[in-house]
Design a protein around this ligand. Structure first.
Ligand code: SF4
Length: 287
């Protein structure tokens, strides 16, 4: 019997209590910030903000990550499951509309521990890169009300280039299908999301054809979930060897993807203002 970590599809052959896995984290919880986040989708942030906790490390590690200081460099503060439960309570008392767990995958077991200590009376939002184990999602599903998964890449070559993983689409599409089938979309009387799935897709430079294939895939869920087509790509992270990533997307690229989305009659969609490609949307971290 071994203690190898299997929280995510990387299935590292490590005991996280002894050494860090591919996500860069050991058995301890590390966070970079928690606060009332005003810039999520309107049905998530509402008037007061989303009670967001940013976790350190990452099991996907895209080269262009805008949060690379925490996802790659693992800067942050170690806390216990008890302290995480206290943070949930503090955010709830400060008026948060929900608890928004950003990049939680590699802490799923610890998050369950914290929610067993304190379960807030507001929705729990699981905000993930989408590269998830279905078995872990089955364990989490009773704790989570809203999923905010990314769908980043369709092409295996593209996901391999930016994450080293050829199977991103296969894994993420199965995970998102599970999420959509288990959480019907439900808005409360206050207009905020209580249950459901919003799939996020970030349009990348020179990748409109990949974005179109993702929209083709999403269209079969268009009555059951929302998609947020995001324009906010900003050059960041470890992109020295990726010349195509050293610019923002163009208005033409974004319009091409939006027009395609409209042509598929996907009405449950969010679009972003073009000026969203701006560093001001990246929070100041509490290192
Ligand atoms: S959570 Fe981290 S250690 Fe565990 S399988 Fe995933 S990458 Fe490896």
């Amino acid at each position: 019997m071994n203690n190898y970590c299997s929280l995510c599809p990387n299935a590292c052959k490590v005991d996280k209590n002894l050494t860090a896995g591919a996500c860069g984290t050991n058995g301890k919880i590390k966070i970079a910030k928690y606060y009332l986040h005003p810039f999520e989708e309107p049905v998530i942030s509402g008037k007061n903000g989303s009670g967001t906790v940013f976790f350190c490390g990452c099991s996907l590690r895209c080269v262009f990550c805008q949060n690379y200081e925490l996802s790659r460099n693992n800067l942050g503060k170690e806390i216990t499951a008890n302290q995480l439960a206290e943070i949930f309570k503090e955010l709830e008392l400060s008026g948060a509309h929900n608890i928004n767990l950003v990049n939680p995958t590699h802490y799923a077991d610890k998050i369950i521990q914290a929610l067993d200590i304190y379960r807030p009376n507001i929705p729990i939002v699981y905000n993930t890169h989408g590269y998830e184990n279905i078995q872990m999602l089955e364990k989490l599903n009773d704790y989570v009300d809203v999923y905010l998964p990314d769908m980043k890449y369709f092409s295996p070559a593209l996901s391999k280039r930016y994450t080293g993983k050829e199977n991103y689409f296969d894994v993420a599409s199965s995970a998102i299908e599970f999420m959509i089938n288990s959480k019907p979309y439900l808005l409360g009387d206050d207009g905020l999301l209580k249950n459901g799935v919003i799939v996020r897709h970030l349009v990348l430079p020179q990748c409109t054809s990949d974005s179109k294939k993702i929209l083709d895939w999403f269209s079969k869920f268009k009555e059951k979930a929302f998609i947020n087509v995001m324009s906010q790509y900003t050059p960041f992270g470890n992109i020295e060897n990726f010349p195509e990533l050293k610019r923002k997307i163009t208005q033409r690229e974004y319009d091409t993807v939006i027009d395609y989305c409209l042509s598929l009659d996907i009405k449950n969609a969010y679009y972003q203002e073009f000026e969203s490609a701006n560093e001001k949307y990246i929070p100041a971290w509490d290192f």
